[in-house]
Design a protein. Structure first.
Lengths: 194, 194
DNA sequence: AAGGGATGTTAATCTAGTTTAACATCATTG
DNA sequence: CAATGATGTTAAACTAGATTAACATCCCTT
């Protein structure tokens, strides 16, 4: 499978020359996962940063009570990994599991420093996308505190309509920080509202 | 005031030459704010990224009901701004207000691109610190969902003992996503526990 | 086509945390 | 030093959302 979607994505932020594309292509690999397979498992060291070419995956943490807490979903053109684990090569706090057959471009940790050396623009690229991710994450914290369950669900539907179609409802409830029963109630209220 | 604490901080991640320090010093300014002054106001465009030399400040959002939600505190050696507003020069989502007289090093947005050009290492530096901030922010989301109010308070005390001393209790409650009355109850429970 | 696992709904009961309100303490400033 | 505003406490009444449990649906798979 070709990795053009990755180049297209990167070129939204920095311009890669053909030579740089070649170097990048030589340092990454494409891998296919089946539905339900794990790309990262909590406790293992995360070896790759992954760019999704096709499919859908979730990142979640299992707490000491055994509760799952989903922190993100990823579909085409999203990045997914346990960044904390990847960067410091320490045990992962999260699981990353495929919800559909999923194809990713993998950036092995061992190649990362070389990649930054050979293509300094990538330093800039990753800075920019992580800044965006950080801003979104902080805003999510505020939303979680300031919005009701119903409002959070409506925001989610507006912001990620594509994801809502592809992911079971109980996982959306987990992402939104409520029980699946309560999300079901919220939804039935919304239906009777209009 | 000299900006050596900034250089010390940056040198934990990348090595700046004396020349680079000179360039950096020429592109930033030091500013003092009084207690209660605003470094950024919600709705204005955030013009500076700020590094705290001394003092203490908070970042908070006021929602449509007029509720305040504190997303972070900053003391010496922390960064504070509305990053989303700063990077895209759009109206700020947050307020940044000093809780004590506070001295900061300001990185004006106009100088940022030049600074990256003249000192490419800074690209790397900011990538690294923002990665850390992002990882912390995502973990905070999980903690907010998986821990009780009491547990969140204990975590906060353990993680930021210096901040707890300097900030009024009702602001800590806001940071932790609970009412000041409930935090007071949690605290009195903790006292009677032991 | 039958059976079983995964998903979704409904409703009763429960609880962590909110709201409201009254009061206590303390620091600042006039 | 009196007064005022900012901070912190306590307790009663309330509510958003959790828990539990029973049932409904919709798949896959054999």
């Amino acid at each position: 499978m070709n990795i053009d979607p990755l180049f297209t994505y990167i070129n939204r932020f920095v311009d890669l020359t053909e030579e740089e594309k070649g170097i990048l292509a030589s340092q990454v690999t494409v891998r296919k996962y089946l539905k339900n397979q794990f790309i990262v498992q909590q406790g293992d060291v995360c070896r790759f940063e992954n760019f999704v070419l096709s499919g859908c995956a979730r990142t979640f943490h299992v707490d000491k009570e055994g509760q799952e807490h989903i922190v993100m979903f990823a579909i085409e053109n999203w990045w997914i990994s346990d960044l904390g684990s990847y960067l410091s090569q320490t045990p992962a706090f999260y699981n990353v599991q495929c919800l559909e057959a999923t194809e990713v471009v993998q950036f092995p940790f061992e190649n990362l420093e070389q990649l930054y050396e050979k293509i300094p623009k990538l330093e800039r690229f990753f800075r920019i996308i992580i800044q965006k991710a950080f801003v979104a994450s902080e805003r999510r914290i505020v939303r979680n505190y300031s919005l009701s369950a119903k409002e959070r669900y409506l925001e989610f539907r507006k912001q990620y309509p594509a994801i809502e179609q592809r992911v079971p409802q109980y996982m959306i409830a987990s992402y939104l920080g409520m029980t699946k029963e309560f999300l079901s109630k919220v939804r039935s209220q919304l239906i009777s509202d209009q």
